[in-house]
Design a protein around this ligand. Structure first.
Ligand code: PFF
Length: 453
């Protein structure tokens, strides 16, 4: 009975936009450009696209299969399908990973909101020293970042509590097109700057001498993070897909949208940065320190254009963060709703309140509350490290093994082909990748992160 009552997305477009909303996030607009910048530009992009196609998509299809087959939250999905066996742990670990990420992802998302506010008031004007000082004063402040974290979590809450169709699907249909429009306008403004050609060339003219195992593993890790794999999001969303959704086509469409947005983000940042001779930095400093300087310098003769571009950029960033945050929030909301048998409202409230607390501690750990640092690392860094570099690859690895080796092939094939109504020409290729190739490569990223290889 419960199966019949479960919510569903209302349309194919809703499915694509909501899932793409999860994938397109800070990872695309912030992490991808600086990873590309540090790892040889065009070569990194080529490898990234290969990783998305050959490794990311099979993993995404696997999460789709688990979610849609079980039609329940990720923890219950693994429990159901393994009859309560040890695989259940992976389901719980995925939900936990999604839950922990929500806390610190909300902090950075809150910074983006503050920067909309600051650009609106024209506070991002000044010399590079002032911009750097502005960021460090703000991010280490005791209450302002916490306030913005709470605000973005409340916005997420309002959307998620309205459910799948009226909340998540409807919001994605408004937010994603707005995001694309903003992105395209800034790309055009950036590419029209004098000297922008060097940035474009850096992005599209590969120098294969830069190809190293490090670059490859960086691209692989980025593709998993960017596709939201290994954190229960994809699996949870797929539990709301219809039986007629073509899973492999959907994965391909999400992969294309996600990669296009990442490349466009590069096209937004590199031409502007190259036009003023600034090299794109890594970490938070790229979007919160380097870029305000780039906008100020690049548009110094037309300050009003710089003002509008900065405002649009931080709005875009906040939208991307919000759509990802919605999917992260949904992982835990679905979990609490189904496991504690509470209403959706109550489940969403539990998640929002606990993430506000988590976010508060993460944020305060950056602001000099020394007791929130351990072994020289802030709570924020610890969350980032444990979820992104330990839990995520672990969940991804075991998900591949679960679908490739544990689930009956008939069940996997039936999901892949919608019970034989699709031809499923690539099923055997998919199975080969999920059994052998993907686990092997995820293991490599894992070992690389710990310096074993
Ligand atoms: N894919 C998102 C990004 O690129 O920013 C981040 C993310 C969202 C990761 C949701 C994981 C997740 F479950």
């Amino acid at each position: 009975m419960a199966q019949l009552e479960r919510a569903n997305f209302g349309s194919k477009l809703g499915i694509i936009l909501a899932t793409a909303g999860s994938a397109v996030g800070l990872g695309n607009v912030w992490r991808f450009p600086y990873m590309a910048g540090e790892n040889g530009g065009a070569v990194f992009i080529i490898l990234y696209v290969i990783c998305v196609l050959l490794l990311g998509l099979p993993c995404m299809i696997s999460e789709f299969i688990i979610g849609r087959h079980a039609r329940s939250n990720t923890a219950r999905a693994y429990r159901k399908m393994s009859n309560g066996g040890p695989w259940t742990v992976i389901g719980y670990l995925s939900v936990l990973t999604g839950f922990l990420i929500t806390g610190y992802y909300a902090v950075v998302s809150g910074w983006c909101l503050q920067y909309i506010y600051a650009s609106l008031l024209g506070r991002l004007h000044g010399d590079p020293q002032y911009i750097r000082q502005y960021f460090s004063t703000f991010s280490t402040d005791a209450w302002k970042p916490v306030l913005w974290t709470v605000i973005i979590l409340v916005m997420t809450h309002v959307i998620v509590r309205h459910g799948i169709r009226d909340g998540i699907e409807r919001a994605s249909k408004m937010l994603m097109p707005t995001l694309f429009i903003l992105l395209l306008v800034i790309v055009v403004a950036s590419c029209l700057l004098p000297g922008a050609g060097a940035g474009i060339e850096f992005l599209f003219n590969p120098d294969f001498s830069k190809l190293t195992p490090d670059v490859f593993l960086g691209a692989l890790g980025q593709s998993f993070y960017s596709l939201s794999i290994g954190m229960g999001c994809i699996c949870t969303f797929a539990s709301y897909y219809s039986r007629h959704t073509n899973l492999s086509n959907t994965a391909i469409q999400i992969g294309i949208i996600d990669s296009v947005v990442a490349v466009l983000a590069g096209l937004m940042i590199f031409p502007a940065a190259f036009s003023v001779g600034v090299s794109p930095d890594s970490g938070p400093s790229l979007i919160f320190i380097t870029l305000p300087n780039v906008f100020n310098q690049a548009f110094s003769t037309m300050p009003i254009v710089g003002y509008v571009v900065a405002l649009m950029f931080y709005s875009l960033l906040s939208l991307a963060a919000l759509t990802s945050l919605i999917s992260l929030h949904e992982v835990s909301t679905a979990f609490f709703q189904e496991e504690l048998h509470v209403t959706r409202n109550m489940a969403a409230l539990i998640v929002t309140v606990s993430c506000c607390l988590m976010g508060t501690f993460c944020s305060l750990s950056l602001g000099g509350v020394e007791s929130l640092s351990f072994l020289g690392k802030t709570l924020f860094d610890i969350f980032d490290f444990v979820t992104g570099q330990v839990f995520l690859p672990l969940c991804g690895f075991f998900t591949c093994l679960f679908v490739g080796w544990f689930m009956p092939h008939k069940v996997v094939r039936d999901e892949f082909t919608n019970n034989g109504t699709l031809r499923g020409r690539f099923f055997s290729v998919y199975l080969f990748f999920i059994k052998y190739v993907c686990p092997l490569f995820i293991l490599l990223i894992f070992m690389h992160q710990f310096g074993v290889i």
